[in-house]
Design a protein around this ligand. Sequence first.
Ligand code: COI
Length: 355
Amino acid sequence: MISNKIDIEIIKTSDSRINQFDPQNIQFGKLYSDHMLIAHYDNGVWGKATIEPFRNLSMHPATTFIHYGQSIFEGIKAYKGASGQVVIFRPEENYKRFNTSAERMQMPTVPEWLFMDGMKQLIKIEKDWIPKEEDHSLYIRPFMIATDPFIGVRPSALYKFMIILGPSGPYNTEPMKILIEKDFTRATPGGVGFAKNGGNYGASLYPVVLAQKKGYDQILWTDALEHKYVEEVGMMNVMFVIDGKVITPSLERGTVLKGVTRASAIILLREMGYTVEERNLSIEEIVTAHKSGKLEEVFGVGTAAVVSFICRLAEGDYVMDFDLTKSTVAPKLKKKLNDIRTGLEEDKHGWLVKI
Ligand code: COI
């Protein structure tokens, strides 16, 4: 059962760590703000939520999610514009995707008051943790874990929903080198590739480390059945510019994450006059385009990644290098997204939720 009641208790810390926050020197994912939101689900009901001082969790060693991976998350960003206005970028889309992930992982959906109002209240309290520097933001990490102290395999009866926040700089600080992956698989039709569950990321680490040993930063996953079509990069969706057109793998098979930045990029690119195709894109088409000089750019899009430039893409020994000084689409898209998020450009789609 989902309650519609807004019931969030606030307990403030008397020991702020804000003096550890140096806006000039922030890495992604290293520092967390003073407070977190936590809510408990028991017997079919979400109970009261609390915004309380950030703390460690204490758990029974048999806690379900530790053993069987019933764990989902989202990544969202809040920005502080020049005028000091705080905005969150398209959080309703993440809210919808969170509940889609919850259903696939046999977890309870989270009511809007808890996810959206809880997030807004938490950010309001933590607004001094939002960096204003270019390419910086407050990274918002809502997540849910199954917390039954039971080691049998069955859906948990207890869950915790939490939101933590961390000031963040760029996730990828340098242009990326990407290896096309044809031996390992991220997602299969009927699997959990469209869900943001922790295991999808855990399972990616082994092939990524193998690629890193060969000098690459990340891998570009291909479809599980034939390893013929490209799907997504480690933690971002991917876009190709071939002969002036932007092509991005379609979501049809349920094996590509429905990225919020991906969806926003498609809208903005079309408004900027580009043809954008969402469809199957084969490695063969990419290599053929490269050989004929028509593969102009490859770049990643994601909440953490924003727009990440790719300077090298390789299929086995066939290496495709890109002169990023000639890129036009990715830099224009990055600027457009940043200008909207920071209020330099009108938010005509109503993507920004003001705090
Ligand atoms: C995000 O872009 O927010 C993600 O969730 C990727 C992450 C695993 C860093």
